[in-house]
Design a protein around this ligand. Structure first.
Ligand code: GLA
Length: 740
C-alpha cells in the first residue's frame, strides 16, 4: 500500500517536473513569424521580453526552419540600440528612438509598451495571404494589430495597423504609423519624387546618411502638390533597372502623409510610414478601431524593371477599379476652348472627336453656375447647375448630340470645392473649411468644403448622383481637386464636440465614404482622378478611379520624363496622356508620347492641316490596334532619358507574340551617342522569330527600318535594333510581330 502511494507521488512529481520544464521551455522559445512572398522574406521574432522585432528582410531561405536563427546574427549591445528593429516601436517606455506609435491614455499617462500576444495567417486564395499579429500593452487595455497582406507571385506586400482599446475614456493617438520596417544592409539609396504644378515626379536619388530623411505633406487636399508618397529604396547600389535589390513603395493615403527613413547608429535603416501626425492628434473612443492607411511595396532582387512589372500586374489584377478592363480614348475641350464655349462650339467638337476616331468627348470646366457663371476660375464652383446662357438645353441635350455624332459624353466636376463667389458659399458658409475669425486664404480663388461633415458628404455624392440620374448615358467623369487646405478649421467638428485635430483625417475618410457610396450605385463608370495636374494619384483612390491625370504639363519632352518616372509605380492603363498644343514638338511626336498610356486629345482638331489630320487618324487607328499591349502587357524601360540622348520604352504582350516600342530624342543634339548604337529589346521569346515594322509614319515620310527582315528574339535582346533616332526622326514607333 505504502509502496503504491509512494509510486503515485513519484509519478505526480515527474509529471509536474515535465510540465514545469515544458512551460519554462515554452516561455523561452521565441515566436518566429516569417512573412514570405515567392522571392522575399520578412521575418519577425519575439525577444526574451516578448517584444516583436524584425530579424530578417531578404531573399527567402531554402529551409524555413532556419529563419529562427537569423536573430542570433544580430549583436546589438547598447541600451537603446537593441530596439531599433521593433516591428512597431512604441513611445514613453524603453524606446528612445523615433516611435511608430505614441499615445496618451485615458488617465493622461503617456507610456506605451507593446508585447506579442498572438498571430494568425489566413490563406485568401492560392496567391494571397493575410497575417495579423496582435500586440498588447501589459498595463493598459490597449492593443495594436499589425496586418501583412502578401501577394506571393507579384512579390507585393501591403501593411497596415489597427488600433483598439477598452480604457474608460478616449485615448489620444499622437502618432499612428501604418508600418515600421527595418533593413540591415551596407548602403541605402532613396529615390524620392518632388512635385510642383506642371512639374510633377522630379526624381532625386540620395545615398542615405545618419539621421532621418522625411518625405511628407501638410497640404490636406491636393496633398501631393509638392511631394509624392512614392519612393524607391535600393540596397547597396543606386536603383538600376535589371539588377540589384529594390523596393518600390507608396503610402496609399490621399491626405497628409509622412515617410521617415532613419539611418540608426548601426547604419541600418528604419522606415516609419503613415498619416502625418502634424496637427492630427486623434481621440479614439473605447471599443472603436482606428485603421491606418496602407504602405504598399513591391520587392525585387532583379532591379526596378521586374519590381515595376510585378507592381503593374498587382495593380491591374487586385487594386485599380476595372484594372483589367478597357479605357475610353477621348477628345477634351479644356485647352481648345477654356471657359469660352456654347452648344454650337461643343457640337462641332463632337464631330471632331468622331473624325479623329476616339471614343468619347469630355466637357471640361465652365459648364455651370448662373448667378455667378463659371466664366473664369474665380466664380461658380459649388453651383452645379448648367449655365443657361452657354447650355440652354442642358447636359441631356449634349449627351444626345454626342451620341448622335457617334461618340460618348463625359464631364468635368470639382465637387469638393467652392468659390467664395457662389450661391453655395452664400447659403452654406458653415460647410466651408475656413477660420471664422481670420481672413480667408485662397488657392486658385477657391476654398475646400468640409468633408468631415456628413451633410457635405451627401452634397458631394448628390452632385455626381444627379448627373448620372439625369443623364443615364453619361459615360465618364473627370473629378478634379485644385486647392490645398488653408486655415484648417471645421465648424462641424466644433458643433459635434470633436477636436479640430481630426479634420485632416476625417476629410479623407469623408472623401472615401462618398466614393464608396458612389461605387455601390455606379460600379463601372470610368472616372479620371485629377488634381490640378498630379496632386493626387494613389492606390487608395484608385480603388474608385479607373485612371488619373499625371500632370497639366503636356509638353511632350517633359512628359517623356514624367511618364517614365510615374511608370515605376503605375501601369500605363491608369495614366491619362493628352495631345495638346504645349511645346514646339511636331504633332507626331506629341501623339506618339501620349500613346504610352491612355490616349486623349485636347486640341482644336479643325485647325489641323490635312496631313496632320491624316496622321492623327491613322495614329488613333494604330493605337486601337496595340492599346491592349500598352494597357495589359509587360513594360520594359530600355533607355533612360535621364542618362541618355534618347528614351526608349517597350510594351510586350503577355504571350510574347507582339510588342510595341517607343523611341524619342530628348534633346537637340546633332551627334547622338545612343543613336549610333542599337537598343537592346527585352521581354521577347529568344526562340521566336520576329519582324520589326515602323508605324505612325508621318504622311510623306518613309521608314529606314526594313519590315521584311526576320530576327530571332535572341538577337533582338542581345544585339538589339537601331530605331535610328536623330534630329530628322525625333520619334520612332516600332511594332514587333512574331513571324507566323
Ligand atoms: C485643372 C486640371 C485641368 C483642367 C482645369 C479646369 O487645372 O488639371 O486639366 O481641368 O483644372 O479648371
Amino acid at each position: 500500500m505504502r509502496n503504491t502511494l509512494y509510486k503515485r507521488m513519484l509519478c505526480k512529481l515527474i509529471l509536474f517536473s515535465i510540465f514545469l520544464l515544458t512551460f519554462t521551455h515554452m516561455q523561452a522559445q521565441p515566436v518566429t513569424i516569417p512573412i514570405e512572398t515567392s522571392k522575399q522574406a520578412l521575418v519577425l521574432q519575439t525577444d526574451a521580453e516578448s517584444r516583436l522585432r524584425t530579424v530578417y528582410f531578404g531573399k527567402i531561405l531554402a529551409d524555413k526552419n532556419e529563419y529562427p536563427s537569423a536573430s542570433e546574427t544580430y549583436h546589438f549591445d547598447d541600451n537603446n540600440a537593441g530596439i531599433y528593429n521593433s516591428v512597431y516601436t512604441p513611445a514613453g517606455t524603453w524606446n528612445l528612438s523615433e516611435p511608430a506609435i505614441q499615445v496618451l491614455h485615458a488617465d493622461g499617462d503617456p507610456s506605451l509598451e507593446l508585447k506579442y500576444d498572438s498571430h494568425q495567417t489566413r490563406q485568401i486564395d492560392d496567391n494571397t495571404s493575410l497575417t495579423s499579429i496582435v500586440l498588447k500593452d501589459p498595463v493598459y487595455p490597449f492593443q495594436v494589430t499589425l496586418f501583412y497582406k502578401v501577394w506571393k507571385k507579384e512579390n507585393v506586400i501591403e501593411q497596415w495597423s489597427e488600433i483598439h482599446h477598452t480604457e474608460n475614456d478616449d485615448v489620444v493617438l499622437k502618432k499612428f504609423a501604418s508600418a515600421n520596417l527595418y533593413f540591415s544592409n551596407d548602403d541605402f539609396y532613396l529615390t524620392s519624387y518632388h512635385n510642383q504644378w506642371a512639374k510633377e515626379m522630379q526624381p532625386v536619388e540620395t545615398m542615405l546618411e545618419r539621421g532621418i530623411r522625411v518625405l511628407d505633406s501638410k497640404l490636406g487636399a491636393r496633398a501631393m502638390l509638392l511631394q509624392s508618397p512614392n519612393f524607391i529604396l535600393a540596397f547597396d547600389q543606386p536603383a538600376s533597372e535589371n539588377e540589384g535589390s529594390v523596393i518600390l513603395g507608396q503610402l496609399a493615403w490621399s491626405g497628409n502623409f509622412k515617410l521617415e527613413f532613419e539611418m540608426d547608429s548601426y547604419d541600418n535603416l528604419r522606415l516609419i510610414a503613415g498619416i502625418n501626425p502634424f496637427a492630427s492628434e486623434y481621440s479614439l473612443p473605447p471599443n472603436e478601431v482606428f485603421k491606418t492607411p496602407s504602405l504598399i511595396y513591391a520587392v525585387s532582387n532583379n532591379g526596378t524593371g521586374e519590381a515595376s512589372r510585378n507592381l503593374h500586374d498587382w495593380a491591374r489584377k487586385y487594386r485599380v477599379l476595372d484594372g483589367q478592363g478597357e479605357r475610353l480614348t477621348l477628345l477634351n475641350n479644356w485647352e481648345a476652348t477654356y471657359f469660352d464655349f456654347n452648344e454650337e462650339k461643343l457640337t462641332a467638337l463632337f464631330k471632331d472627336a468622331k473624325n479623329l476616331g476616339v471614343d468619347l468627348f469630355l466637357l471640361d470646366d465652365g459648364w455651370f453656375g448662373n448667378k455667378y457663371p463659371r466664366n473664369g476660375d474665380n466664380a461658380g464652383l459649388g453651383d452645379w447647375q448648367e449655365n443657361v446662357k452657354k447650355l440652354p438645353h442642358g447636359i441631356g441635350y449634349l449627351v444626345k448630340e454626342a451620341n448622335k455624332a457617334g461618340v460618348k459624353f463625359g464631364i468635368w466636376i470639382e465637387p469638393e470645392m467652392v468659390n467664395p463667389k457662389s450661391e453655395l458659399y452664400e447659403r452654406h458658409l458653415d460647410w466651408v473649411i475656413r477660420q471664422p475669425e481670420r481672413p480667408e486664404v485662397y488657392f486658385r480663388n477657391q476654398l475646400v468644403l468640409d468633408l468631415s461633415n456628413p451633410e457635405v458628404q451627401d452634397f458631394v455624392f448628390g452632385v455626381v448622383d444627379k448627373l448620372f440620374t439625369d443623364n443615364p448615358e453619361l459615360a465618364f467623369i473627370k473629378w478634379d481637386c485644385n486647392s490645398v487646405i488653408y486655415n484648417a478649421y471645421s465648424e462641424y467638428l466644433n458643433k459635434v464636440g470633436l477636436p479640430q485635430s481630426h479634420l485632416y483625417i476625417e476629410y479623407v475618410h469623408g472623401l472615401y465614404k462618398v466614393l464608396e457610396r458612389l461605387r455601390k450605385k455606379y460600379p463601372k463608370v470610368p472616372m479620371m482622378l485629377c488634381s490640378g495636374g498630379g496632386g493626387r494619384g494613389d492606390y487608395e483612390l484608385l480603388k474608385y478611379f479607373t485612371e488619373f491625370w499625371p500632370s497639366d504639363d503636356t509638353e511632350p519632352v517633359e512628359r517623356i520624363f514624367m511618364q517614365w518616372d510615374y511608370s515605376y509605380f503605375f501601369p500605363a492603363i491608369v495614366t491619362d496622356n493628352h495631345v495638346t498644343d504645349w511645346g514646339k514638338q511636331p504633332l507626331k511626336f506629341r501623339t506618339d508620347v501620349a500613346s504610352m498610356g491612355k490616349l486623349g486629345f485636347d486640341i482644336v482638331a479643325s485647325h489641323l492641316s490635312e496631313d496632320e489630320m491624316k496622321y492623327c487618324k491613322e495614329a488613333v487607328q494604330n493605337y486601337h490596334s496595340f492599346k491592349d499591349i500598352v494597357w495589359h502587357g509587360d513594360q520594359y524601360r530600355l533607355v533612360n532619358p535621364h542618362k541618355n540622348d534618347i528614351a526608349s520604352v517597350m510594351y510586350v504582350k503577355k504571350d510574347k507574340t507582339r510588342a510595341i516600342m517607343f523611341n524619342y530624342l530628348v534633346n537637340n543634339r546633332q551627334r547622338l551617342a545612343t543613336a549610333e548604337t542599337p537598343v537592346k529589346l527585352n521581354g521577347l521569346d529568344p526562340e521566336k522569330k520576329y519582324r520589326v515594322k515602323e508605324i505612325n509614319l508621318y504622311p510623306g515620310t518613309r521608314s529606314w527600318i526594313d519590315p521584311d527582315k526576320e530576327y530571332s528574339g535572341d538577337f533582338l535582346m542581345k544585339v538589339g535594333i537601331n530605331p535610328i533616332v536623330n534630329l530628322r526622326r525625333t520619334s520612332v514607333v516600332l511594332e514587333v510581330n512574331e513571324v507566323e
